[in-house]
Design a protein around this ligand. Structure first.
Ligand SMILES: C/C(=C\CNc1ncnc2c1ncn2[C@@H]1O[C@H](COP(=O)(O)O)[C@@H](O)[C@H]1O)CO
Length: 237
């Protein structure tokens, strides 16, 4: 079946860009309205953590159970849990959060194939533009927890790391869950990127790698407390 053309794909269409010129100008208003909707719906959110991970994680698999345990532990620690609202690891984290009595948030994205928000979401939104949605993940969460995933997950992970590295956001904890899955990537970052001085030791220290959900949540709490003290003037920036 031919994939449906989405709003995002029109915006990014380089071949027909001359034909789109006028419409692109109007599209800017649509983009603006998507930002406004996001700000409106999410700005009163309690402290929250974004959880990313593969859309293809199978219910009942060990990675799905890890996502559920993470969502649950974050909810019990008082954090809302924000995901991409889709299936797989996103559903697992939303499910864990909902079943632990926490606030479960899904920020869905229009895709070329039919898709709806998963069944474990209390506050759901659908975005047309990936970049608007990505702004919401960063703006309305205190940390990113990343379960095993593919390209989409890597995009979200490296966006956060770039924002911290370039000091656009400060002390934003990034936790990778799944030592077996992620350790090859961490080794590569150390052996290639760090070794050839493309990143620094400090950059690598931004990431906590663990299998332990409690350690992940404790790390998020510690960093959030630091940030809170900093914001209230108890710590120098
Ligand atoms: C592939 C399938 C469904 C895709 N549905 C998605 N819904 C919502 N968010 C998604 C989806 N796919 C990717 N994302 C975002 O990227 C991350 C996961 O990407 P990955 O490549 O699967 O690792 C995720 O955190 C979302 O924000 C069919 O089941």
């Amino acid at each position: 079946m031919k994939p449906k053309i989405t709003t995002d794909s029109h915006l990014l269409d380089t071949v027909h860009r001359h034909e789109w010129k006028q419409r692109d100008a109007w599209r800017a208003l649509r983009i603006l309205s998507e930002f406004v909707d996001g700000f409106d719906n999410l700005s009163d959110l309690e402290p929250a953590v974004s959880v990313f991970g593969s859309a293809r994680t199978k219910p009942g698999s060990s990675e799905y159970l890890l996502g559920e345990r993470l969502g649950s532990a974050l909810a019990k620690a008082g954090f809302g849990v924000i995901t991409g609202g889709g299936p797989g690891a996103m559903e697992a984290a939303n499910r864990g959060a909902r079943e632990a009595g926490g606030v479960s948030i899904g920020l869905g994205i229009e895709l070329p194939f039919e898709q709806r928000l998963n069944d474990f979401i209390d506050l759901g939104m659908d975005f047309r533009y990936f970049f608007v949605r990505k702004t919401m993940f960063v703006k309305y969460s205190q940390a990113f927890c990343v379960l095993p995933g593919g390209f989409g997950t890597m995009d979200e992970l490296f966006e956060a790391l770039t924002l911290v590295q370039t000091k656009k956001i400060t002390r934003f904890p990034v936790v990778l869950l799944g030592v077996d899955y992620w350790s090859g990537l961490i080794d590569w970052l150390r052996d290639r990127m760090l070794h050839t001085t493309k990143i620094t030791e400090e950059d690598l220290d931004l990431i906590l790698l663990t299998d332990d959900v409690d350690e992940a949540v404790a790390h998020v709490i510690k960093e959030s407390e630091y940030l809170r003290d900093e914001a209230s003037g108890k710590k120098d920036v």
